[in-house]
Design a protein around this ligand. Structure first.
Ligand code: ADP
Ligand code: MG
Ligand code: MG
Length: 431
């Protein structure tokens, strides 16, 4: 349906549509380097392709793939740029171009500097195929560097760094720019009820898929991160994944016995009085999206929330800051679960204490940074946190049930911490 031949007899980029309208984007070997060369040289862009440039693309030669688990396909060109290809583009505007333009306009620099985007114009919608950003040398994502820090007994200082960084991101999102002239909104009771509906649906789906479904044989293999998100992206091997068959009966029993507690936790959203503040948020913020590189931290991957349908016009719907904060808090818990798994339960008490400390330090640093930033105060409505954390863990269970069964132990461990045993009676089963 659209093809860009990047050089004479050179590699090309293609966008095709299946009979039922599902898009897929493909490119030949060498296309990342050839794309950078075409952009650097200012070659003409054939319609219906559209190139938008944030700053002039430098020339760079040679390419190598990034090999961590990822949803999309990122390629390093000349140790200078990263081309992130989106193989399964959707027929809607992608949030990353406006979000990156906004963050650059308000001076938020803790991300990979964007250079250009490549899209295809399909009935007035720019469908994003590739993003070209600065390569960050020595970058390691948080599923590696955070877990390593816990295993090394390095304490929870980095959790405070992450809290401050998240507050800086939200403050930047809340600062008006030409791209988002009025980023701060507020939501009333109707929205809170919709969020409660959405969270309750996530609880029901998690219980149905995890506790009621009977699987003959659980899927095996690695690298399933893909279609529905990338929660454990960056995991270097499967050391931290449990055998999904282990503990499955206990997990089912626990979920059935505790489903009512999960439901009540998310139902608290119905009792919260509006208004509550809204702003553009990251939408998929976990430690795997925070890179530690030669010069500090960078938050990447502004693809939005993979599990929530975006607005049809592609606009970035404002959301509560509490969604990002809740997801970061649960991902710190998951860091602990991974570390516990890797040490075969020999350091559980120490790791549980670390999880508690890390979460406390994350929130304290978030609050302190937001309070001192111009316009940062009042961004986070902490009344939403507990419900959003439970919703997030249910989404992780759904993800595990659908795509990565061995990840189930992490959200199950987090839920057991959130809802410790009330007494010693046997589970009484679901209502
Ligand atoms: P996905 O949507 O596929 O998860 P990300 O944007 O999160 O894509 O990038 C996937 C991985 O690629 C990251 O976890 C990180 O390891 C690496 N990466 C992404 N951007 C950069 C960059 N600018 N410099 C170096 N490595 C990067
Ligand atoms: Mg990612
Ligand atoms: Mg992504």
């Amino acid at each position: 349906m659209a093809r860009w031949l990047l050089a004479d007899h050179g590699p090309s980029i293609r966008l095709t549509s299946s009979a039922d309208g599902v898009l897929s984007a493909t490119h030949d070997a060498g296309a990342s380097e050839a794309l950078v060369a075409a952009l650097a040289a200012g070659d003409p862009v054939p319609a219906p392709f559209v190139v938008r440039t944030f700053s002039p693309v430098p020339s760079a030669r040679g390419e190598r793939a990034i090999t961590v688990d990822q949803t999309n396909e990122s390629v390093v060109v000349g140790e200078r740029l990263v081309v992130k290809w989106l193989p399964r583009p959707e027929r809607r505007a992608h949030p990353a171009p406006p979000v990156l333009a906004h963050l650059a306009a308000v001076g938020f620099t803790a991300t990979a500097r964007p250079f250009a985007t490549v899209s295809v114009l399909l009935s007035d919608v720019e469908v994003l195929l590739a993003l070209v950003v600065e390569y960050l040398p020595d970058a390691v994502d948080g599923w590696d560097w955070c877990v390593d820090a816990v295993l090394a007994g390095a304490g929870a200082d980095f959790a405070a760094d992450l809290g401050a960084l998240t507050a800086e991101l939200h403050t930047a999102f809340a600062t008006p720019s030409e791209v988002f002239p009025a980023p701060r909104r507020s939501a009333g009771t109707t929205a809170l009820i919709q969020w409660a509906d959405r969270a309750e649906a996530a609880v029901e789906e998690a219980v149905a898929l995890t506790a009621r479904a009977q699987r003959a044989s659980p899927p095996t293999g690695t690298g399933e991160a893909g279609a529905g998100g990338e929660l454990p992206a960056g995991a270097p091997n499967d050391g931290e994944y449990a055998d999904p068959a282990v503990g499955v009966a206990e997990d089912r029993a626990w979920l059935l016995a505790n489903a009512h507690r999960l439901r009540s936790a998310v139902a608290t959203l119905r009792t919260i009085a509006g208004p509550t503040p809204l702003l553009p948020i990251h939408g998929d913020l976990h430690v795997g999206q925070v890179l530690r590189w030669r010069e500090g931290y960078a938050i990447v991957d502004f693809d939005g929330n993979p599990t929530v349908p975006p607005s049809p016009d592609g606009s970035v719907p404002p959301e509560p800051a509490a969604r990002d904060v809740a997801q970061m808090l649960t991902s710190l818990d998951h860091v602990g679960r991974i570390a516990d798994r890797r040490t075969s339960g020999t350091r559980t008490a120490e790791i549980d204490a670390w999880i508690h400390d890390a979460r406390r330090r994350f929130l304290a640093a978030y609050r302190a940074t937001a309070a001192t930033a111009a316009g940062g105060g009042g961004l986070l409505d902490e009344r939403l946190l507990a419900a959003f954390e439970v919703e997030q863990e249910c989404r992780e269970l759904v993800y595990a049930a659908r795509l990565l069964p061995r990840w189930r132990y992490a959200p199950m461990g987090t839920l057991r911490r959130m809802f410790p045993a009330e007494d010693r009676t046997l589970p009484e089963g679901d209502s």
